[in-house]
Design a protein around this ligand. Structure first.
Ligand code: GDP
Length: 175
């Protein structure tokens, strides 16, 4: 039987000005277990929920996706302020998306909730032939800021569930 449940508010960021890293696709893969190569970034769900059973607990994820509004930097606090966790996504085939990520981490650390769980996802790991960011470098950086790190592929369903499970493991139950 289920012993506990918890609700996890999560924002999926928003590399400022970096659309196309696969944020919406990651959320879509997690929530619907499917991949739409023509996902429309403006329709991209801005709020979705998914409940998963983990061991004998129910974990309900309430997920905010900036859905193309990451250009509007001033809006960002609206998304992360009430969040227990944030997923910061970069594209392993685009070095500049990894550099931008560091600004975003800085902002989160300065203005986000004090104990926010930060997870870094290096997405599109199915495209290793055109990789620009080494996994080792990203892992070292993530370790240095005590962030969760995984390389993911929303396309091939690699490490998507693992990413969310790891986040929920780091967030204590309310009860
Ligand atoms: P967002 O703007 O960050 O929300 O990115 P989207 O989810 O809209 O994805 C941008 C583009 O990258 C789309 O053409 C997706 O099909 C593609 N994409 C997303 N995730 C992956 C992935 O894991 N592998 C590959 N090869 N393409 C992906």
């Amino acid at each position: 039987s289920l012993s506990a449940s918890k609700e996890i508010y999560l924002c999926v960021s928003l590399l400022f000005q970096d659309t196309g890293v696969g944020k919406s696709s990651i959320v879509w893969r997690f929530v619907e277990d499917s991949f739409d190569p023509n996902i429309n970034p403006t329709i991209g769900a801005s709020f979705m929920t998914k409940t998963v059973q983990y061991q004998n607990e129910l974990h309900k994820f309430l997920i905010w996706d900036t859905a193309g509004q990451e250009r509007f930097r001033a809006l960002a606090p609206m998304y992360y302020r009430g969040s227990a966790a944030a997923i910061i996504v970069y594209d392993i085939t685009k070095e500049e998306t990894f550099s931008t990520l560091k600004n975003w981490v800085r902002e989160l650390r300065q203005h986000g909730p004090p104990n926010i769980v930060v997870a870094i996802a290096g997405n599109k790991c199915d495209l290793i032939d055109v990789r620009e960011v080494m996994e080792r470098d990203a892992k070292d950086y993530a370790d240095s800021i005590h962030a969760i790190f995984v390389e993911t592929s929303a396309k091939n369903a690699i490490n998507i569930n693992e990413l969310f499970i790891e986040i929920s493991r780091r967030i204590p139950s309310a009860d």
